[in-house]
Design a protein. Sequence first.
Length: 307
Amino acid sequence: MDLNQRYRSFVLAIAQNPGIKNLVLTRGRNFARRFIAGDTLEEALRVVETLERDKVHAILDLLGEMVTSEAQAQQFKTEIVRLVQEFGARPYPKYIALKLTQLGLDLSEDLAYSLMVEILAEARKVDCFVRIDMEDSPRVDATLRVYRRLHEAGFDHTGVVLQSYLKRTEQDLQNLLPLKTPVRIVKGAYKEPAEVAFQDKRMVDAQFVVLCKKALENGLYTAIASHDPYILEEMKRWTAEKGIGRDRFEFQLLYGVRRDEQKKLAAEGYTVRAYVPYGTDWYPYFSRRIAERPENLLFVARSLIQG
Ligand SMILES: Cc1cc2nc3c(=O)[nH]c(=O)nc-3n(C[C@H](O)[C@H](O)[C@H](O)COP(=O)(O)OP(=O)(O)OC[C@H]3O[C@@H](n4cnc5c(N)ncnc54)[C@H](O)[C@@H]3O)c2cc1C
């Protein structure tokens, strides 16, 4: 395991500690706001307006995952439908993201599927794309199965995420090619064991590029979701060299990360979207962001000390 992976595993493990969680929830809020638009949809919509001024579009995400009751899943569905309707009334490109465990995937695949159908029906009315985020490896099969059912039911304004750190992903991409699935390629944000995931960051980075190129060569609309300067440059260079039009891919980055790069890419004429999370259930998302970059841990520690 290389140093980057060790650091990520360490942070994701200590983030499970109830004492740490409590401390961060009470005192780390200010720093968390760097990555999270706010507690409410209204705050998130204000962020959308700000981004749009720089020609950066938004992917709105109501934070929440791993619900443990059907009532919670239904509640999230209701709130996501409200998100689609409110976002739908704005004059901007509409795009949301969600997690299937937010819709009860761990309780029942049928439940997650049926709630997705309701959300997608609403999203279709306002021309809103719905991205299904990818969670940890034990949930990949179920996520892909639900996506496949939605595709077979005729929903084409949805797609999945593929993680380059997973050894299985090249095969998963291969299986999705005939479906022409819109894909988002990411490196992967969870703590995964060596049996399923590459532990060497160079391997994860190299696979990322391989997957993007394979998706694009096979005509899949591809969201290249990374802040990695090498990856961004390489994908710009390669798409230009191959004559792959800018209408066939886009760059996606996280709200609060490399904002200047987001603006720059948009000014260069690429489609750019920022993933904008909001809501009160921000701790798991925030932990993953800290686990991505050692400097972030120092900022959190400082904000905990300063209160
Ligand atoms: C739009 C979007 C959607 C995503 N969806 C998913 C998903 O569904 N499932 C999933 O597992 N993962 C998802 N991720 C997270 C992804 O897997 C990576 O963990 C994350 O993007 C960091 O990897 P990187 O490609 O930016 O490269 P890295 O090599 O990790 O980072 C490259 C550089 O980017 C900057 N950077 C990266 N992360 C941070 C940060 N947190 N804070 C400050 N600077 C940072 C740093 O300058 C760093 O040197 C998503 C990422 C994006 C951008």
